[in-house]
Design a protein. Structure first.
Length: 132
């Protein structure tokens, strides 16, 4: 298991002036940290850093952060999703930036697909349980 100083170092690097460092953190490092830490620490310490990246001045960092938020949806609690995530996604959907609009349209489709996939699994499980 990684040590606390390693996590603190990752949080510190989130403020780095170098775009590539912020992009890698947004795209890979923070997702791995959050998955390993679980819901509580993710929501209390690390998700805010990803939210900061969503509003980064560099579009590559922004796009990586948005992908990371979607990637972490299954780690976050339903209450957190309702209270924080929905407002961030609505804010991003209202962007006048064409690149952001394309990204959000793609992600809405991806989320819709996951929801439909889960509904189909649930309905198949119900059907299988009734057949027995």
């Amino acid at each position: 298991k990684p040590t606390k100083p390693l996590f603190d170092q990752a949080r510190f690097l989130c403020n780095d002036a170098e775009v590539e460092i912020r992009r890698v953190l947004a795209e890979e490092v923070l997702v791995k940290i959050c998955r390993n830490l679980g819901t509580g620490l993710t929501e209390s310490k690390y998700i805010e850093k990803i939210f900061e990246f969503v509003y980064d001045s560099d579009s590559g960092v922004k796009m990586a952060a948005i992908d990371s938020l979607v990637e972490l949806l299954d780690v976050l609690s339903p209450a957190f999703k309702r209270s924080k995530m929905i407002s961030v996604f609505f804010d991003l959907m209202n962007s006048s930036n064409e690149e952001m609009m394309k990204k959000m349209s793609f992600l809405v489709g991806k989320i819709f697909y996951k929801v439909m996939e889960n509904i189909l699994k649930l309905s198949n499980n119900l059907y299988d349980s009734w057949r027995v």
